[in-house]
Design a protein. Structure first.
Length: 213
């Protein structure tokens, strides 16, 4: 099994939001606003919290955030900039529910495409979500028209580059991500495509419910 150390080299230059958050954060905030959370239960877990920038935004909006990330550099940036946040070194390959319990909402932005064993990720995600809770997962979007556009514009090799250390190794569509989440036990799975028009969307956001019992 992979260990946290395997992924510790993923680099974060600073503790700021990146360009992808420009289209991910509005969608995320709208989704969170649609979930019925009492003030006392406005807690969520971020699986793959990176440099802490998303957790910081959510904390400012009244959410109680706990998170883990496998990047040692990301955690260094997060602890330096956001020392009061509950962010820890860890990965989807750890027994996170045993360590941190369960949450009404578990968030994982742009993580699953980096993982060699996505079914382990999905199982960990499912264990972290409390019964009737919600998982929110985003990943770069892939579909027929976008892949065709990449090929026609000569950007296929750049997009699917093998030269990015700790970069993307899995490429997800609505169908494949739906299968992954259903296999793990999630139900009522819906999707949003964000960034650009839907056919050429930059990212795919899945909202999935963990059933009771």
């Amino acid at each position: 099994m992979e260990t946290t150390a395997t992924f510790s080299g993923y680099a974060y230059e600073d503790s700021e939001l990146n360009a992808s958050h420009g289209y991910l954060m509005p969608a995320l905030l709208d989704i969170l606003a649609s979930i019925d959370l009492s003030h006392a239960r406005r807690s969520l877990f971020e699986l793959g919290c990176g440099n802490g920038s998303v957790a910081a935004v959510l904390t400012q909006r009244g959410y109680q955030v706990t998170g883990v990330d496998a990047s040692t550099q990301g955690m260094e940036q997060a602890h330096r900039r956001y020392p009061n946040l509950k962010l820890h070194l860890g990965s989807a390959y750890d027994s996170l529910a045993d360590l941190y319990g369960q949450y009404p909402v578990v968030l994982s932005l742009e993580v699953v495409e980096h993982l060699y064993a996505p079914r382990v990720f999905a199982r960990t995600l499912f264990e972290l979500v409390e019964p009737s809770g919600t998982a929110i997962i985003s990943t770069p979007y892939h579909g027929y028209w976008k892949n065709l556009a990449l090929a026609l514009t000569g950007r296929m090799d750049q997009h699917f580059t093998a030269l990015w250390d700790h970069g993307h190794i899995k490429f997800w569509s609505i169908d494949s991500l739906s299968i992954l989440l259903r296999e793990a036990g999630f139900r009522d799975i819906t999707f949003q495509r964000v960034g650009r028009i839907p056919a050429l969307a930059k990212s795919l956001v899945a909202i999935a419910r963990k059933p009771i019992g």
